[in-house]
Design a binder for this molecule. Structure first.
Ligand code: GUN
Length: 293
């Protein structure tokens, strides 16, 4: 069994990006600038956004964090997004999800200019991904593809099972694993809350990607011997032994599943760091105007 070290691979990518930023600076160019918008005080969102800002600093990007109270109206947030859209210094703009219930994430996502949508959530970027056109790919699925590529895992003709159909992970993951490229060319099955007999499906998987947010859902007897298992889960579970008061639990029961796998990602230190590395890659593409000119 080989542990996929997402932390190390993400570090390599950040190092590569930092080198490119130095080249841009040496040529007198503008460093990439990412704006993150955070609404309210959700603990997990605060952590994710602070990691994103820290990663920007580490590679030499400029970053700005715009914070709004959870009482902000939808109209005011849409106006704020529009203002950031039109700031010529800003290359990439993300609005951290989830948003308070009175704000439509679809409306906010659609308001972000596709050329600044480095999360890849705008319908234009999602549509372009489905078409196989140049676009910003959603960070988590793209990070998983990058992990598979950098670990040299063959995918063509393999059975890939994706657990979960979220718009930001499960659904785009199925598109990327099924497209005609390497990694890709898989026979893909998506499982969701209405799927019958999930274990019988997951046992067919050469590559199993779990993104349902249910800690320990994937048990040893659900996994084929020699499978590649990618765990996207990051549920906060109370843990009095930790200073923070919680630990992160994946969707995979690691101790049961790992002995059966050829490769497996740990939680934390697997997919999580790759999501941020992908966001940085997209922001660099945005600053180079590599997708939309
Ligand atoms: N919430 C959970 N994952 C993400 C992400 O990748 N981007 C944004 N904006 N919000 C998220």
């Amino acid at each position: 069994m080989q542990l996929i070290d997402g932390k190390k691979i993400a570090q390599d990518i950040r190092h590569e990006i930092a080198g490119q930023v130095k080249e841009i600076q040496a040529a007198g160019g503008k460093v990439p600038h990412l704006v993150a918008v955070l609404v309210g005080n959700d603990g997990a969102s605060e952590t994710y956004v602070s990691h994103k800002v820290k990663a920007c600093e580490e590679v030499g990007f400029k970053s700005s964090l715009y914070r709004y109270p959870d009482t902000i109206s939808e109209t005011a947030l849409l106006r704020a997004v529009e203002d950031i859209n039109h700031d010529p210094d800003v290359d990439g703009l993300i609005v951290q999800l989830p948003l308070p219930k009175h704000i439509s994430p679809d409306k906010v996502t659609e308001k972000i200019l596709p050329e600044k949508d480095v999360d890849g959530f705008h319908p234009v970027n999602l549509g372009r991904m489905v078409k196989g056109w140049p676009c910003y790919l959603p960070a988590t699925p793209n990070g998983i593809v990058e992990l598979i590529k950098r670990c040299g895992i063959p995918t063509a003709g393999k059975n890939c099972v994706v657990l979960g159909r979220s718009q930001i992970v499960g659904l785009p993951m199925t598109i990327l694993m099924g497209r005609a490229s390497e990694p890709g060319n898989c026979t893909v099955t998506m499982c969701h809350s209405r799927t019958q007999d999930i274990p019988s499906v997951t046992r067919q998987a050469d590559i199993l990607i779990a993104a349902i947010g249910k800690p320990g859902f994937v048990r040893g007897d659900m996994v084929k011997e020699g499978a590649v298992v990618i765990d996207v889960g990051t549920t906060r579970v109370t843990d009095p032994a930790r200073k923070s008061g919680f630990s992160l639990k994946g969707d995979v029961l690691f101790e049961e599943v790992a002995p059966r796998c050829s490769h497996i990602t740990p939680v934390p230190g697997g997919v999580g760091p790759m999501t941020i590395a992908s966001l940085l890659q997209n922001t660099l593409l945005a600053s180079r105007k590599a997708i939309y000119g």
